[in-house]
Structure formats: C-alpha cells, structure tokens
Design a protein around this ligand. Sequence first.
Ligand SMILES: NC(=O)NCCC(=O)O
Ligand SMILES: [Zn+2]
Ligand SMILES: [Zn+2]
Length: 461
Amino acid sequence: MSILIKGGTVVNATGAVRADVLVDGERIAALLAPGFPLEADRVVDATDKYVIPGGVDAHTHMEMPFGGTSSADTFETGTVAAAWGGTTTIIDFAVQTKGTSLLAALDTWHQKAEGSCAVDYGFHMIVSDVNETSLKEMESCVAAGVNTFKMFMAYPGVFYATDGEILRAMQKARETGSTIMMHAENGIAIDQLVAQALARGRTDPVEHGLTRPPELEGEATSRAIALAKVTGSPLYIVHLSAAQALDAVAEARDTGQNVFAETCPQYLYLSLEDLARPGFEGAKYVASPPLRPKEHQSELWRGLRTNDLSVVSTDHCPFCFKDQKELGRGDFAKIPNGMPGVEHRVDLLHQGVVKGEISLERWVEISSTTPARMFGLHPRKGVIAPGADADVVVYDPRATQVISAATHHMNVDYSAYEGMEITGKVDTVLSRGRVIVDGSGYRGSTGHGRFLSRELNQYLV
Ligand SMILES: NC(=O)NCCC(=O)O
Ligand SMILES: [Zn+2]
Ligand SMILES: [Zn+2]
C-alpha cells in the first residue's frame, strides 16, 4: 500500500520545507518536490497543513496500580487517545514493587500491552527494590530493549529509594550504558510536612501543593545530580516542575554532565491556583511534583528554549474524579497522584508556537525528535525522512478546538484543560504507514501497536 501526502509543509526539528511525502508500506519512501507526478494507492491532501513526525510521549502510566487504585486508561484506551492527539509512540513504565523482580514486572507489563495498543510502545522500568538480584536483572532489561530505569526520591514506603540504593543503581547504569530517570522530590521531608498539615486539620487538595515546596524538588534534583556525577551515570529528571530544579539541571549541563530533563504540559499551563479551586475540585489537579505558582511557568518555557529542558512528556496518569480522586476527600494525602494528558500534548505545545514561546521546529523537536533520540528510537521515530517509520501527522495550524471531557477520548471523567481554546488540530495520523485517524474518525485497530526494543540514549557524551 502506498500513500502520497500532498501539498503540505514538512516540519522536522531541523527545518520546514514544502514537500510531498511518499509512504510505501510501513516506511517513508521519499520526500518529493511539491506536485511531483506520482501515482499512489491513496492520496492525503495536506494543503496549508504541516506534515510532522508522530509525537513520542516518553512518560505515560496506563493501567498502573497506584494509591489503592489503578490509572483509568488501559493500554487500549490510552493509546487510542494518544493517536487522536497525534502521538504515535508511547513509552510506559513497568513497575517493580518491593519484593518482586524486575523481569517479572517487565513480563507483566508485556502481557498488559501486547495485542492492546493502537500505536507503538516501549517500556522504562521502575526500580523500587534495589538488591543484588534486581541490579543483575538491569543487565537483562537492557538486553531486552528496556534501558531506562526510574527511581524515586519521593513516596517513602512505596517506591522510595535511599541515596545508597540510588548510588548502587547508578553504578549499574554506568556499567550498562543505561540511563537513570529520577522522580526528584525529597519525600522524607515532604512526609513530615504532610503529617503536620493533617495534624492541624488541613485536609484540602491545595495542601498537596503546599506540603511539597519547590525547594524540596530543587534539593532532590541537586542531590540526584551529585550522585550521578560521583557514579558517572547519565541522569534524566522526569516531570520537572520548579525553577529551583531547572537551575540545578542548567548548572550541571553547563559543566558538561550527562544530565537531561523533561517537563510536562500541566506545569506549563496550570498552577497552584488550580489546586486551590473551591471544594474538592482541586483534587483533579493533584500530581507529584505538584502544580507550582504561576511564576515558574515562564522559567520552564525559557528552559525549553535553552534546551535545559529537552523533552515534554505528559506523565499521563489519569484517575476519575468521581470514584478515584474521591478516595482522598477529607485527606489530601490519599488523593491518587496523577493527571490525564496523553491526548493533548501536541496541541498544547503548539500553543507555544502560536504564542511565540518556541519555534515551529522546536515544537517538533521537544514533542518527537528529542524523545526519539533520548530513548533510542531515532531515526525510526521522530523524523520525516526516507527509511523512517511512516508515523506521520498532518496538522492543521489554523483549525480551532475547545478541550473538553465531553469530546476527549481518554477514559477519564474530567479534563484538566476543560474549556481551553486551542489553535491547531490533528487532521490525519499514520502509524507505520496505516491511516489510524482521519476526517471520519479513528480508523486504527487494537493490537496494531508493536513493542519497541530501544537502543541506548543517543545524547550521551
Ligand atoms: N506524577 C504523578 O503524580 N503520578 C504518576 C507517577 C509518577 O510519575 O510519579
Ligand atoms: Zn514520578
Ligand atoms: Zn510518571
């Protein structure tokens, strides 16, 4: 099957050019001069539209057990929603719980995802039990195409790892060429603040933000960077939300350390004011790290321009307001942590282009090309070029839409961006040469998405 995408402007991280794109089977076959005479089985009209590489969301949590419940999107519903929003690759987290093995966790996550996904997927591994066996198993994970290991300085008693455990895992990362991903918040100090707030009768969702101050994200980020420096391990800070943490990352990068960071749309667009919404509404915005005071947002946009923030992922971890966020009514510490977002990342970042915060090319870079390179998927993913997988999005920059739970496709009963007006809209989506979204709706199928065995981080120096 051949498809000709005609009349559009191809936007890669390296530049934008008017070109037609020929897809043959699962791959991009050629970029052609506009109007080049060629027959194809199907023609997609991209006139006045951008033709961009499918989004790569490097941080999602589908059907993840957490906080006494499980995130509401399955691999099926979550990847269909991703497709609607122009994301054609997700990297989800397999979770090792205490007392279990990494390989058993990986197996469990393979079973959840296999045959269920609408788009291609890979895995990172959450390491919450550092011992001789799991350190050894890191080698097998790398061989199995899972070479990024998330650790937590937060959530004592659940995922938390001590500095000593982190150091040992980092030494193994250094040895295997893999990268440690860090949830950098000082969970020991935070737990004290949480207990004190509850003892004073402060139970509302806003307390989630007030008991996790940005200084404790900055401190943990600096500590993780120091441990990475001592061990020589690459480090990727996940879901960075605070200016203090960004300063620490920028300083490390200025000295040439292999330190990278992502932020998420919620930290660019939402704030502590949302957590402070009246009644229990703020529960919709509970995630960790928490939403910050508004002034952090401009710092994050600056970080995206300077490349101290290289990636924007969603940390998609949806919990329904009605039955799941409800678990924390009367005790903010019991509100399941996480927010939905996999469907809206590409659109929300396009607003950065519309508002002049980032260039068109940078939009593609932070949402597709860099995550593809960072997580060993480039040049299969993240670029419109001959030989690449035909994961292609035709994006209409002038169309408008309003985000709403009534129209989104994620399996969650609210939208964190309800009523937000967006300029730009996904028009057509191809995943490995197959049209999975077009004007008539979702045309994909469950099980089309394949597991991606990943190479090592391509930015390491
Ligand atoms: N971020 C969050 O609140 N939930 C998902 C788990 C994590 O990434 O820490
Ligand atoms: Zn985290
Ligand atoms: Zn996460």
